[in-house]
Design a protein around this ligand. Structure first.
Ligand SMILES: [Ca+2]
Ligand SMILES: [Ca+2]
Length: 173
């Protein structure tokens, strides 16, 4: 999907920028994304998304970066809907397994279960939209870090304690 026209985006930007500061901060984005759901949108996911699109390192999003952020959220919504096969509004273990396979991950059943447990904030064995985004970004970040060392791509790495700590501590998550 293409980035929509500027006038349309400006309208959305202004409604999200509640204090009219010209920037969207984490609370404003969280409120905008929470519309229509019972729980506040996962603050970790909001933080991750601001961090990804905040090119000026202000800790908030100006209009120049808003189009990319808006497209990102919309793409995730479409992705989530397409993997929520039974239209339950959440992703269960089977649906997550299919999604991750489609993304190119080869994970064991046990690991998929662990992921559901970790990102299941409701405690009902399923993952909601915001937690799904967090799960996917986390998996992507960890996999990218692992691959830096797995140069022959055989799924094994041998690293020194120092390298391990360095890898974990430099993760942006
Ligand atoms: Ca603002
Ligand atoms: Ca579902």
């Amino acid at each position: 999907m293409a980035v929509p026209n500027q006038e349309f985006l400006w309208g959305i930007f202004q409604s999200v920028d509640r204090d009219r500061s010209g920037y969207i901060n984490t609370e404003e984005l969280q409120q905008a994304l929470s519309n229509g759901t019972w729980k506040p949108f996962n603050p970790e996911t909001v933080r991750l998304m601001i961090g990804m699109f905040d090119r000026q390192n202000r800790g908030q999003i100006g209009f120049e970066d808003f189009g990319a952020l808006w497209k990102y959220v919309t793409d995730w919504q479409n992705c989530f809907r397409s993997f929520d096969r039974d239209n339950s509004g959440n992703i269960d273990k089977q649906e997550l397994n299919i999604a991750l396979n489609t993304f190119g991950y080869k994970l064991s059943d046990g690991l998929v279960e662990t992921l559901v447990r970790k990102f299941d904030r409701n405690g009902d064995g399923t993952i909601l939209f915001d937690d799904f985004i967090q799960a996917c970004i986390t998996l992507h970040t960890l996999t990218a870090a692992f691959r830096q060392y797995d140069t022959d791509q055989d799924g094994f790495i041998t690293i020194h304690y120092d390298q391990f700590l360095n890898m974990v501590l430099s993760l942006k998550m």
